[in-house]
Design a protein around this ligand. Structure first.
Ligand code: HPA
Length: 279
């Protein structure tokens, strides 16, 4: 853990309180309202040294530390994407801080395009795995042997089962599939989407994968859910644009909130008891 992360964590504790955080939540485009559901303290990224600027519209650059459904959470209202400054490791410090605050789990959310006809706009997809279609890696330059992170079960099977149960209990369809990371910021061509389909991708987006690699590097358990905001390029009649993404994200966001809340209600004890990280 970097000294900077410890210092930022201490700053956050002084602004919120010193109770350990159990779980981190990273919010994708148009999903920011979840941060407002947390009872706690909102700290602008700009007041946290080294935090990214998260300058994409539709993202809210606050860290909210508090309680959601009785679970201590840290909600990252925005992320920095690779395409903003060409830094694949832009979310390293926030994830290190999450770990330093005591969390052992992170759930990432994102907006994504669908490659599956039966998974249209407004649906949710639980990530079972990913394809790093960009070829970039946030651990390039990391000098220690810890950089050789196994990614075989990167998306935690137990958390996925818990999220599936939570969705079923809420009567929400939770698709499951493989997310392909495209660097952006331009959207994919139809030919790229056909290639991703052949490779086994079910959804495509411009985030999450670098964070998942970093989170596994830091020993965090990981899950991720996509909100489908459009059919991927060439597969639908919708226009594909960032405006469209922001406009469509709320269609899935309400369902996503229900699933996450139910998950937190049901797993509070498991998360609390299973947390073995040093505080
Ligand atoms: N491609 C990449 N990123 C996205 C898309 C898409 O179709 N929709 C929302 N984010």
């Amino acid at each position: 853990m970097s000294r900077n992360a410890e210092a930022v964590a201490a700053l956050i504790r002084s602004r919120a309180d010193s109770e350990p955080v159990r779980l981190g939540l990273i919010l994708g485009s148009g999903l920011g309202h979840l941060a407002g559901a947390v009872e706690g303290v909102a700290i602008p990224y700009a007041e946290l040294p080294g935090f990214p600027h998260a300058g994409v519209s539709g993202h809210n650059a606050n860290l909210v530390v508090g309680t959601l459904e009785g679970v201590r959470v840290a909600v990252f209202g925005g992320r920095e994407h690779y395409y903003e400054k060409g830094r694949a490791d832009a979310m390293r410090l926030p994830l290190e801080v999450l770990r330093a605050l005591g969390a052992d789990t992170v759930i990432a959310t994102n907006a994504a395009g669908s490659l599956q006809a039966d998974m249209p706009t407004g649906e949710l997809m639980l990530l079972s795995d990913h394809i790093n279609f960009s070829g970039l890696n946030p651990l390039i330059g990391e000098p220690t042997d810890a950089r050789f992170v196994p990614m075989t079960a990167a998306y935690d099977p137990d958390i996925r089962a818990g999220l599936r149960d939570a969705a079923a209990a809420e009567g929400v369809t939770l698709h499951e599939g493989v997310y392909a990371w495209y660097s952006g910021p331009s959207f994919e061509t139809p030919a790229e989407i056909r290639a991703i389909r052949i490779l086994g991708g079910d959804a495509v987006g411009m985030s999450t994968v670098p964070e998942v690699i970093l989170a596994r590097f830091l020993g965090l358990r990981v899950a991720a859910i996509s909100t489908i905001t459009n059919m991927a390029a060439g597969l639908g009649t919708e226009s594909i644009s960032h405006e469209h993404t922001k406009a469509m994200a709320p269609r899935g966001a309400a369902k996503l909130e229900r699933v996450l809340r139910r998950y937190l209600q049901k797993t509070e004890c498991v998360v609390a008891l299973g947390s073995t990280l040093p505080r």
